[in-house]
Design a protein around this ligand. Sequence first.
Ligand SMILES: [Zn+2]
Ligand SMILES: [Zn+2]
Length: 150
Amino acid sequence: MPADSNRIEFDVPKGTLVVRHAHCPKGCDLMDPEVKIHDNPSIHLVLKHEGKKADIHLDPVYGSHENICEHEVPKGAVVELFCPSCGMSLTDPEATCAKCSAPMFILHLPKGSFVEACQRSGCPHHRVRIVTGEQMMQRLFDEVGMDSYL
Ligand SMILES: [Zn+2]
Ligand SMILES: [Zn+2]
């Protein structure tokens, strides 16, 4: 991602935000109300590890990692993630993890914001980026609340 002055990165405390509207880059809805984690619809992705594909349901609570996956991925392994509907890779070719330098994947959120997370199993690094002008920024911390951006 190129530097963009309208892009704000948040360091959000664990467990305070829940992703409710994640999409792939082509706009497919990734939320799965059939599989719930912590009573919230999970984020359904396809994981690829050593040539094997498996369904994975990500914990939508930001900072929580109670993911459900039928394929066990050893800690430290780097996986690839895809949209289960259109098969598009969710890897961001321009981003690498600041902690372990593995590739990152992106979940698109409403209003042009997104969540980025490390593709290395067990690496907790991820961040929320919110694209906004000054006015939206104001609203963010006023009546709207950050929940509406996720
Ligand atoms: Zn898709
Ligand atoms: Zn990492």
